[in-house]
Design a binder for this molecule. Structure first.
Ligand code: AMP
Ligand code: MG
Length: 487
């Protein structure tokens, strides 16, 4: 276990130099205080969890202090936003403080979001508000607990610094961890600004540090792109299987590591709704729940375009062709497991689709349906769940198919079925209204609810005594919350 001053830095991205990032010091928040910290994330840095409670922790992650070896940098990138190219983006309010490596030899980027203005702030103030910082923190740690690849969050630091959004709010910072903060938009930036040398340097950097095994392949860059395609297909399959809607899948928010990245107006589905749009400024539904699948491919094509200096168009197209089949295989595999199935049959796809259509028509809670399905034998569970469906005849027909499929699947006890299903079907997810309750308390200075909710969400598959209220459908006020897109 390390103390805060024992972290070891190795700032590999900073060493790429000024063409890639700009040195900027964090702008401190007034009266920094710990809102919440993740012990699991602290363990990634070998940090003793007790240090979160020390004043120096809030000073470091509230922008007041810096390690001598830290080299805070704002990264430059660009990207396609809602389908259109924005030539100049970059860290407008976040800083890469440096890269820390742990005792296991892993490097972790320390990225402080809400750290003040940078050369890439454009019209923004460089700040992040408490509300959005809490949402990013909770989402990162909740997705990780569900087994969905994501950036992590070490802590949220609150403050008394006023920040103006639709109304006056308070500034906060969230310390984000990831093996890299390089986005699709980094490659697009050097491609569209016609800087082939830097573009090559960036590609070498990513290949060497993040895809070293691709070096062994005859075409290392192609192997790397293929791997990025595969990772994205898998990540998005998990989003779809668990009902996560990202909301702003611009290419500047897509990580080259295939991890969930840059949380904005995201939401988990309460009722199943394929057409759900969590981002209220997304009028066309470009990033609606079901569109995440084709948009994943669209984004990969944008990255492919930026990689044309290194890889033939033919090969890029072939690699892009892997996306949909891989996505489908991962998705179906997960959905089979959610249904308690251990074998694969041709018709499983239509079994899943049939269920989703029924859920859509009746507004059935996506998370609780699967959890309850595993509580009992297939026969007893469908008999109980039937009441949630408006089209009962339709559900009965599906239930017959399901029971027959379960019978063909194998011979196992109800105990085994429950255990296996509960291990993939969470009881607790980050529902918008739960986040909202925790945020309202935090805004009035009480952080206990954020901490408790975080704690519950770190063990989503495990029934926790006395936590029933976190496993409920939203109350009426919490059903269609308009989450502000300002952050
Ligand atoms: P986002 O939609 O949060 O991914 O942000 C898109 C771009 O706007 C990124 O380059 C951000 O750094 C920048 N940005 C967002 N909010 C702010 C802010 N309050 N101040 C400065 N830049 C910002
Ligand atoms: Mg972003």
């Amino acid at each position: 276990m390390k103390a805060l001053d024992e972290l070891t830095f190795d700032n590999r991205f900073a060493r790429l130099g000024d063409a890639f990032s700009t040195h900027v010091l964090p702008e401190p928040l007034d009266e920094p205080r710990l809102v919440v910290a993740s012990k699991a994330a602290m363990a990634l840095l070998d940090l003793d969890p007790a240090v979160a409670e020390t004043p120096v922790f809030a000073e470091l992650f509230g922008g007041h202090k810096l390690w001598a070896e830290a080299e805070p940098r704002a990264m430059v990138y660009s990207g396609h936003q809602f389908g259109g190219y924005t030539p100049q983006l970059g860290d407008g309010r976040g800083l890469l403080l440096g890269e820390v490596y742990n005792e296991a030899g892993e490097h972790w980027d320390l990225h402080l979001k809400g750290a003040g203005m940078t050369p890439y702030s454009r019209m923004g103030d460089g700040r992040a508000v408490l509300r959005s910082s809490i949402r990013e923190f909770l989402a990162s740690e909740a997705l990780h607990a569900l087994g969905i690849p994501t950036s992590r969050a070490l802590c949220v630091i609150g403050s008394s610094t006023p920040v103006w959004r639709e109304k006056q709010e308070r500034g906060a910072m969230v310390l984000r961890l990831a093996h890299s903060h390089i986005r699709f938009g980094h490659f697009e930036y050097f491609y569209y600004t016609k800087k082939p040398e830097q573009q090559a340097e960036l590609a070498e950097h990513v290949l060497n540090l993040h895809y070293p095994e691709c070096r062994e392949q005859p075409e290392p860059y192609l192997a790397m792109f293929r791997e990025i395609v595969e990772r994205n297909a898998e990540m998005i399959a998990k989003w779809q299987a668990y009902g996560f809607c990202h909301g702003v899948m611009n290419t500047d928010n897509m990580s080259i590591l295939g991890i969930t990245f840059d949380f904005g107006p995201f939401a988990f589905l309460d009722d199943f709704d394929a057409h759900f749009i969590c981002n209220h400024s997304d009028h066309e539904g470009r990033y609606s729940f079901s569109n995440q699948v084709p948009i994943g491919q669209w984004n990969l094509s944008a990255l492919a375009q930026a990689l044309t200096p290194f890889i033939s168009v033919e090969a890029l197209k072939e690699a892009l062709g892997l996306y949909l089949p891989l996505y489908q295989a991962h998705y179906l595999d997960l959905m089979r497991r959610r249904l308690g199935l251990t074998t694969a049959e041709e018709d499983d796809q239509t079994l899943v689709e049939g269920l989703l259509k029924l859920m859509q028509n009746s507004g059935v809670d996506y998370t609780l349906f699967f959890r309850r399905l595993g509580d009992e034998s297939a026969t007893l569970a469908v008999a109980r769940l039937r009441d949630d469906f408006v089209d009962m005849a339709g559900f009965d027909a599906w239930a017959e198919r399901y029971k027959a499929r379960v019978a063909r699947d194998g011979d196992y006890t109800q105990e085994q079925r429950r255990e296996r299903m509960h291990a993939v079907n969470p009881l607790y997810i980050l529902r918008n209204y739960l986040a909202q309750n925790a945020i309202a308390a935090a805004e009035s200075g009480d952080y206990s609810e954020v901490r408790l909710l975080h704690d519950v969400l770190t063990r989503p598959f495990e029934e926790q005594a006395g936590m029933e209220q976190y496993a409920q459908r939203p109350p009426d006020w919490g059903k269609h919350l308009e989450i502000s897109c300002s952050s």
